[in-house]
Ligand binder design. Structure first.
Ligand code: UD1
Ligand code: CA
Length: 475
């Protein structure tokens, strides 16, 4: 028996003033739908069906772009006739998984978590329920469906617009997340009628229909106070971002991460950080970034989909899709573009850009250097202002620099070219042919001295300067 998930993502972000499905609006750099999928994957649910509606092809495009661990199919809800109607569109998916349990989630309620999902499933199976609703106790229940409790469990959910004054006072609300026994859900799903204040097919009506068939319904109160939160407009979305930002920082504080000041700090939901690491202000960690132990991530670093080892020190670094090994020091003002691999103990100094290149162990690239499409060995020293000339306007070529080489200041290495082991380039050389091991390559004109050359010129220039002084003093 495999349990399965239906994610409702038909909604339009009309008040977001965007042409995107609401579930694709971002919270901390990830679509809300991604947060929901992450929670499912953490709860080890792999059979997932997304119900799309508004701009459904954008949902398809997003799902096909992501590296998915789960099996995700989609169905289209052509008209938005309510949450019950949305689930009806996934009937074929339900029939294909009828021997399990179905979790229903909203694609635009990003803070559902794996503990809530598995905790609710445990209650659901233990109590042998047809349906188990995930609920939350909130200070202001306005707009939410209210939970009607009984001695045995619950008897139903009443939507805010359908509540009596007494029901309006109930503060336990429906989060919109449910576990159904799949076969039971199929038995009642198509009996839902749109006879309510909004004229919609309410999924919540399944509860009374299941009870009428002798099934049990219960509620699981989530320990997560944000489980039901969603956003209707940009202000609401910013609030979700703020909540997520502090929740994630709080989680890492508990794991022993030191934050000096959290201004501008934003850490993605899938980022991992090792104990003893210190994070300064303005640091943005995105995607599947992994930071090791005892690192110092200095001000204003942006690290995306990058793996950072232990004991690494970064300062004002931007790194994308790269690997930084242990004990590396980088910065300030360095960019690592995709597919850069900086090996153990290397030092990358100010104003260096590295792209699609490997930098060997203990190699130093101290200042003002561009290394693109290159394989650099261990213990290489780069002088200031080295450029790998990797592009002829048409094709890109690789530069190879072997172990212990010494690249003089302002060297151009015109690829394809190789600098052999231990070889030197003289400062200012433009290297176009391979350099054998242990050789020195010099490519530059010999210096010529012309004695006294400047005297006449200097006289004219000093006279002009003195005239300028006199006229400004006369003013
Ligand atoms: C729903 C619940 C309510 C609960 C609340 C929690 C019902 C009848 N009510 O109310 O008890 O407290 O969620 O947030 O279910 N959607 C579709 N297609 C549709 C309708 C909705 O995909 O036809 C999706 C929306 O995009 C959204 C979710 O389902 O992700 C919830 O829809 P919404 O209309 O906002 O439900 P509520 O009225 O808030
Ligand atoms: Ca030259």
């Amino acid at each position: 028996m495999e349990n399965n998930v239906i994610i409702l993502a038909g909604g339009q972000g009309k008040r977001m003033k965007t042409n995107m499905p609401k579930a694709l609006c971002n919270v901390i750099g990830e679509p809300m739908l991604e947060w929901v999928l992450t929670a499912c994957e953490k709860a080890e649910l792999k059979e997932i069906c997304v119900v799309k509606g508004f701009e459904g092809e954008q949902i398809d495009a997003y799902l096909s772009s992501r590296k998915s661990k789960a099996e995700i199919s989609t169905v289209m809800q052509a008209e938005r006739l309510g949450t019950g109607h949305a689930v009806m569109q996934a009937a074929d998916f339900l029939k294909a998984h009828a021997d399990g349990n179905t979790l229903v989630l909203y694609g635009d309620a990003p803070f559902i978590d794996a503990d809530t999902i598995t905790g609710a499933l445990a209650l659901h199976t233990e109590k042998n329920c047809g349906v188990t609703v995930v609920t939350s106790r909130v200070e202001n229940p306005t707009g939410y469906g209210r939970i009607i409790r009984t001695d045995e469990g619950i008897s139903g959910i009443v939507e805010h617009k359908d509540c009596t004054p007494a029901q309006l006072a109930i503060t336990e609300i429906n989060s919109g997340c449910y576990w159904f026994r799949t076969a039971d859900l199929l038995e009642v799903l198509f009996d839902i009628k749109p006879n309510n204040a909004q004229g919609e097919y309410y999924l919540t009506d399944c509860i009374e229909l299941l009870i009428a068939k002798g099934k049990k319904a219960d509620a699981f109160i989530s320990a997560n106070p944000n489980v039901a939160l969603g956003a209707n407009d940009r202000r609401g979305l910013l609030m979700l971002n703020d909540i997520a930002r502090y929740e994630i920082i709080g989680k890492w504080l508990d794991e022993g991460i030191e934050f000096c000041c959290t201004d501008g700090v934003s850490i993605g939901n899938n980022v991992k950080i090792g104990a003893g690491t210190k994070i300064h202000s303005g640091v943005i960690l995105r995607g599947n970034t992994v930071i090791g132990e005892n690192c110092e991530i200095g001000n204003n670093c942006i690290i995306e989909n990058t793996t950072v080892g232990n004991g690494v020190n970064l300062n004002n670094v931007q790194a994308y899709e790269s690997v930084i090994e242990d004990d590396v020091k980088i910065g300030p003002y360095v960019q690592l573009r995709p597919d850069s691999h900086i090996k153990k103990g290397a030092k990358i100094g100010d104003f260096v850009e590295i792209k699609n290149s490997t930098i060997g162990e203990y190699t130093a690239v101290a200042h003002l250097t561009y290394i693109g499409d290159s394989d650099v060995g261990a213990n290489v020293n780069f002088g200031c202002g080295v450029v790998t000339v990797n592009y002829n306007g048409d094709k890109k070529f690789r530069t190879v620099i072997e172990d212990n080489a010494f690249i003089g200041c302002n060297t151009n290495l015109v690829a394809p070219v190789k600098v052999g082991k231990g070889a030197y380039t003289a400062a200012g050389s433009t290297i176009t042919t391979d350099i054998p091991d242990n050789a020195l390559a010099i490519e530059r004109g010999r210096e010529t001295i012309k004695e006294g050359y400047a005297e006449k010129k200097l006289k004219a220039r000093t006279e002009k300067f003195e005239a300028l002084h006199r006229s400004s003093e006369g003013k």
